[in-house]
Ligand binder design. Structure first.
Ligand code: CAO
Length: 563
């Protein structure tokens, strides 16, 4: 098999350009016309294609090298049939714009020059080489703008190249005849200018069809955001707002749906490389990164406040108030736990169609039992039996009672998974704990297998760990249902937020003596306020009312737990 040297073809006006990207490596099989390297001048970048098919044997350039027409890019072991002569770079298959290509900056609308003096001037797509039906990807001017001769008006892109189309005249832009996404060809009307006298392009060099030399000049293979082919280009026509990436990288990104403008390029001068696109895609797929569109769709994940403006929900912006205008202020960042729990609470509050049922239950006898048990335990502890020193809490009874209710109403112990409901045959109960760092939810595992005493003891330990910030992730995960008790603090009822992916949560407030009618007279009874919040996608109102009623019956007479 023959080996070939692949050289830099005629790249027009570029004398010495830097190699900024190597697109193949030794051992790669390349096709004819496949881009090998990207080179860049101060005004344009372009991909240099292979003039033959084969396997890369040796790379003759490295990043940062300066190359020009005739420089050897690499040595190829040519695939016989696909080999093209390479000795003369100009004859190498021109990657995108073959040798007969005319200067891209040339407005073919020669009449434009004649129409210079005043009145409307049509600006048309000049000869852009072999390109057919190239897509408009960017409008660089808008109606009302004053445009100079050779100022770039739009950017077009084929699958291999992108280029800016300059104006053949100066004037005020009256009408833009294309929009992003349109396909254009040579001669298509781009814009109408209100010509400024004497300001129309009359440069013969750029207004006339290119001579052969000119053709070679514009055979710039693949030009990104090019002005390279504009003999009298405006040097400031660098791409506006377009990510710095080669056409093939942009095509690659388009295929994957990667928003290039959100990427930070790691290539020379911040250029976005194929590796950058791949890394971004991997990060998004693994959940390590989000596109802006994703972030907008999932406001809960963007911080405790779920993003600053709620725009994704169609909400008006969050009010911005200069509080200092009204009095002295102090600003303190939210703690880590508040930030994490805030984001979770917001998601759960927004995403779950939650309903809360409030109820009261009579815990007079239970509280009497609890108090007497604790007295007995205290006595036993004093007599040296330290195992009995555990204080039995109302919350421990509530946990036990809830397990009983969850077993009777299993959907309360389930989770939604798409269109399916996952019923859990274990009963791990989370309980909200107020800590100096914020709300934490330790999980009491296998509450169904434990007695009230053991639950009280474990809860005490977990609550202590929570306050000391020593809970392990395992001690905070796996809950199937949560209880939030404000009983030790006060209040009547509240609407707790479900701890997704659980489907219900019980809020408990402070019990108090109330007059309760027994059919004959009012009796003083200790009433415990319960607030059950439930996910209406899983649970119906009737089931919630039954759950509360059942819970009340158990707490009213704890012997029912045994039934
Ligand atoms: N009604 C009346 N009194 C109650 C009660 C109730 N429902 N629940 C508890 N009490 C009493 C207790 O009996 C105890 O009184 P004594 O000291 O006289 O025995 C006192 O209130 C303190 O109880 P406690 O709150 O320390 O203990 P607990 O087992 O009830 O609760 C824990 C433990 C960790 C849940 C609690 O300390 C806590 O952090 N509660 C706050 C939870 C919270 O923040 N929820 C809101 C979440 S939404 O933001």
């Amino acid at each position: 098999m023959a080996t070939l040297e692949i050289q830099v073809p005629d790249i027009g006006d570029f004398d010495e350009v830097s190699v900024i990207e190597l697109m193949v490596k030794v051992g790669d099989t390349v096709k004819a016309d496949q881009s090998l390297i990207t080179v860049e001048s101060d005004k344009a970048s372009m991909e240099i294609p292979s003039s033959a098919a084969g396997v890369v044997k040796e790379l003759k350039v490295k990043l940062g090298d300066k190359v020009k027409q005739g420089s050897v890019v690499l040595v190829l072991e040519a695939a016989s049939a696909a080999t093209a002569p390479v000795s003369e770079p100009k004859q190498a298959p021109a990657p995108v714009a073959p040798a007969q290509t005319a200067p891209v900056s040339v407005a073919t609308s020669a009449p434009a020059a004649a129409a210079a003096a005043s009145g409307p001037v049509d600006v048309r797509v000049p000869d852009i080489g072999d390109f057919k039906d190239v897509a408009v990807i960017e409008l660089m001017v808008k109606v009302g703008d004053t445009v100079k001769v050779d100022q770039s008006l739009i950017t077009v892109e084929s699958d291999k190249a992108s280029m800016e189309i300059p104006s053949s005249a100066a004037g005020v832009l009256k009408e833009l005849k294309v929009k992003v996404g349109d396909k254009v060809n040579i001669g298509d009307l781009l814009a109408v200018l209100e010509g400024t006298a004497g300001a129309v392009a009359a440069q013969p060099a750029s207004a006339a069809p290119a001579p052969v030399a000119g053709a070679a000049h514009v055979a710039a293979p693949v030009v990104t955001a090019t002005v390279a082919a504009a003999p009298a280009h405006n040097p400031t026509t660098a791409p506006v707002g377009l990510p710095h990436a080669s056409p093939s990288v942009r095509k690659f990104a388009r295929e994957l749906g990667v928003p290039l403008e959100e990427l930070k390029g790691t290539g020379t001068k911040g250029r976005i490389t194929q590796d950058d696109v791949q890394a971004f895609t991997k990060a998004v797929m693994s959940g390590a990164a989000q596109t802006k569109a994703q972030a907008a769709k999932a406001p809960a994940s963007s911080g405790a406040n779920g993003g600053s403006d709620g725009a994704a929900l169609g909400l008006i912006p969050w009010p911005k108030v200069d509080f200092a205008k009204f009095g002295p202020i102090e600003r303190k960042e939210l703690g880590r736990i508040k930030k994490i729990s805030g984001a979770n609470l917001l998601r759960n509050a927004i995403m779950i169609p939650a309903v809360t049922n409030h109820d009261d239950c009579d815990i007079t006898d239970l509280e009497a039992f609890r108090v007497s048990t604790n007295l007995e335990n205290e006595k036993a502890a004093k007599s040296g039996n330290s195992a009995s020193a555990v204080k039995v809490t109302m919350l421990a009874f509530l946990i036990k009672a809830c397990v009983s209710a969850l077993k009777k109403f299993p959907e309360f112990n389930s989770s939604l998974d798409g269109d399916a409901l996952v019923y859990k045959n274990y009963w791990h109960i989370g309980f909200a704990a107020d800590t100096p760092n914020g709300l934490m939810v330790p999980v009491l595992k296998d509450a169904d297998k434990k007695g009230v005493m053991q639950i009280s003891q474990e809860m005490g330990e977990l609550a202590k760990k929570a306050r000391e910030g020593k809970l392990s992730p395992a001690e905070m995960s796996g809950a199937t249902f949560t209880i939030s008790s404000l009983g030790g603090i006060g209040g009547r009822y509240f609407t707790p937020i479900i701890n997704a992916p659980e489907v219900a949560i019980l809020g408990v407030c402070k019990s108090q003596m109330e007059p309760v009618w027994d059919g004959k007279a009012f009796q003083p009874r200790l009433m415990l306020p319960l607030s059950l919040t439930w996910d209406h996608r899983v649970i119906d109102g009737a089931a919630a009312a039954r759950f509360n009623a059942y819970l009340g019956q158990i707490l009213g007479d704890f012997r029912r737990v045994l039934l």
